[in-house]
Ligand binder design. Structure first.
Ligand code: GRG
Length: 295
């Protein structure tokens, strides 16, 4: 039987390989006077990262009896959108960070203008991937485009970023909403895209979305904790930056012990939702692994 780690690595490698293919030079090399743009995009996309969103999309698809290959294009699309959000979030006009995934941020290497444009292009390329996804019907592609657009658009991830940069979340309820949008929306989209590729029933979709929403909360609370307790060389981005930027986080509201409790509770609720899925074993283990993550 495949262990949790082997299954995680299988999904991650599927996504990595597809992403590498996307940025590999054509043979003979394509004449692109704008090649530096693609270099900037590839620099950030191929910089590592846990690939949690693609892994979740592929895992949900398989858990519901679908073929992981059919969810591969949407899974990679999630990683492109996620990477665009990291590039833009690191810009001087936002968090102004120098380090991401253990290396200098995109704008530090390619300059601010190209970093903005690399993010813009990655978002568009994500939708291209879904629109051309092999293995999906026209109807599934259209549904998947809607899922991703809702998750990353003006009432999704970007809305969460506005709440964050404008410091509009003061109490626990407002912070939960911020987190549901900024972090949770894309994780929920991962589950929904997996469901769409598998042709899941409405009940399965509800459970999978529930699972991902609880994972999203636990993931962000853990991230806030890591900003206080992580080892920077392992974490791959600056530790203590939330406090330095004057951000209100779950650690301010609940302290570390309260955060630990909240991560455990949201993980329990996520597990409860996944337990009702046909082959949810990997998703249960994924919830546990993310609750204890160190990066
Ligand atoms: C639209 C500009 C813009 C931003 C959207 C996603 C986001 C908001 C900002 C990125 C910064 C951040 C801390 C977001 C919260 C979600 C989160 C914990 C992201 C980090 O994701 P991981 O841990 O990163 O999956 P890796 O590097 O492993 O992919």
């Amino acid at each position: 039987m495949e262990t949790f780690q082997a299954q995680y690595d299988r999904y991650r490698e599927m996504a990595e390989a597809a992403l590498r293919r996307m940025f590999a030079q054509a043979d003979p090399p394509q004449e692109r006077p704008w090649q530096r743009l693609w270099d900037a995009m590839g620099y950030s996309v191929l910089a590592g990262g846990k690939r949690v969103r693609p892994v979740m999309a592929l895992a949900v698809c398989e858990a519901l009896g679908g073929r992981a290959e059919d969810a591969l294009a949407p899974a990679c699309a999630l990683e492109l959108v996620h990477t665009y959000s990291l590039i833009h979030d690191d810009l001087p006009c936002m968090d102004d960070d120098d380090l991401r995934r253990g290396r200098p941020t995109c704008h530090k290497v390619y300059g601010e203008t190209l970093a903005v444009l690399a993010g813009d292009a990655l978002q568009a390329e994500a939708f291209r991937l879904i629109a051309c996804a092999p293995g999906l019907t026209g109807e599934q592609r259209a549904e998947s485009v809607r899922i991703l657009a809702e998750a990353c658009g003006g009432d999704g991830m970007v809305a969460g970023q506005v709440l964050d940069v404008d410091q509009l979340a003061g109490n626990a309820q407002e912070l939960r909403q911020l987190c549901a949008l900024k972090t949770g929306a894309l994780l929920r989209a991962a589950a929904e895209l997996g469901c769409a590729a598998a042709g899941a029933s409405p009940e399965q979709r509800r459970r999978a979305a529930d699972y991902a929403e609880h994972i999203g909360l636990a993931f962000q609370v853990r991230d806030d904790m890591l900003d206080v307790i992580a080892d920077q060389s392992e974490f791959g981005k600056p530790v203590g930056s939330d406090r330095q930027e004057g951000k209100r986080t779950f650690v301010d509201l609940l302290d570390l012990a309260g955060c630990q409790w909240m991560v455990a509770e949201e993980t329990r609720l996520a597990r409860e939702a996944a337990a009702a899925l046909p082959e949810g074993g990997f998703l249960l283990a994924l919830a546990d692994a993310l609750a204890d993550r160190r990066t």
